[in-house]
Design a protein around this ligand. Sequence first.
Ligand SMILES: Nc1nc2c(ncn2[C@@H]2O[C@H](COP(=O)(O)OP(=O)(O)OP(=O)(O)O)[C@@H](O)[C@H]2O)c(=O)[nH]1
Length: 428
Amino acid sequence: MESSLGISDTRLTDLLLDAVCVVDAEGRFRFVSAAGERIFGYPPQEMVGMAVLDLVLPADRERTRAAAQAVMDGRSHLAFENRYVRKDGSVVHLMWSARWYPSEGIRVGVARDVTQFKRAQAMQAALYAMSEAANASVDLSELFRRSHAIAAGLLPVSALAIVLQEQGQAAPHLAYHAGDPAQEACLLALCDLVWREGGAAVRTDSCASLVGVPLSAGASRLGVLALARACGGEYDAEERELLAYIAGQLGAAVQRRELQSRMKFMAMHDELTRLPNRRLFHDRLQTALARAQRQDSRVALLFIDLNRFKQVNDTHGHLAGDRLLEQVARRLASCIRDADTLARLGGDEFVVLLENIASRADADIVADKIGLALAAPFELGDGLVLAITASIGIACRPEHGDSMQALMARADKDMYRAKHGAAPCAAS
Ligand SMILES: Nc1nc2c(ncn2[C@@H]2O[C@H](COP(=O)(O)OP(=O)(O)OP(=O)(O)O)[C@@H](O)[C@H]2O)c(=O)[nH]1
């Protein structure tokens, strides 16, 4: 057919970026314009005679069948969206406008490739969802659960695994796995490969198609995020790119969270010995006293102050002093039970909180144990061996008071007397 300009309609449609498709009543292509090759990946002549639905992504077929029926019932359809599988197996997102011509028995549809737009939309959705998850979730496992849900909303996922490299650990450990348990082993093997080689990897196993991407933030390698899809082909380049994007967001969130928990730890612990600091100790003591008052139980405080520690610093240097404090902390920790609290109040002062003791004698036993533990010489490196002593003061609830202030003051006073060779405070 000629246009009023004397150019054939077909040559005009060939100029369009959108593909014009003419489909017969049986749902077979009768004509596809030149843009069809770019959009569907098939030369237009090869598409003639093919059933439309055979090219539609299986998940979208039912919707597409219903939309085609609506068009054939005379309802023109604008902006219907579905996905086709291109000749090379990749997926293209299309937006259609279509009309049925009853006298010719044909349906004419114009297909626009909106893949780039959809991808940008998906990335945007992932960005929002991930940043929301990163800020809202309370802990890492909740963040991982939400990231899993976001990934599953954008990609086919039958199982997901996250491995993380913790500080001081030799190798990354499994931090999260959800989905088909049968796929855990192959996901872990892929995580191991990605971690060792430092780059994204894909693998097709008997159980699934897998993809793994590094989790990192800046120059820090944090772990690996890996997905499995049980059926329906492999992850294409676009899906891998989307996953890398999610991993980038997740990596930044994990790093932020690690930083937060490190800061939280540092606010409550002593940097040198990693023991609870004064602030955390006060919290624990308050809680212990409240419990003791409820249960009418006994609590003891042991104040431990090293004797002439300043001399160690002055004679052997601050580093030797630090090493000595670290070793003292370890020896003190070995003298108490898990339920007791050992803290460093500052400098060379430590404190032990004993809960649920039967009598003052129990506190004396621990004090003797500490004296013995500290009596053995300390090897501080470079051949330096030192012996030290400590002064210990004891206060017990209820006999020395019921408040934190009263017990701390009493234990401090008792320690001072011990240091200066005076007899312990008289029992009150
Ligand atoms: N190496 C090291 N020294 C510290 C640290 N914190 C405090 N100090 C030092 O510990 C010393 C404590 O001095 P003092 O309180 O006089 O303790 P002392 O020498 O044991 O004195 P007495 O308790 O009276 O026997 C000071 O020299 C502080 O500078 C630390 O983290 N590392």
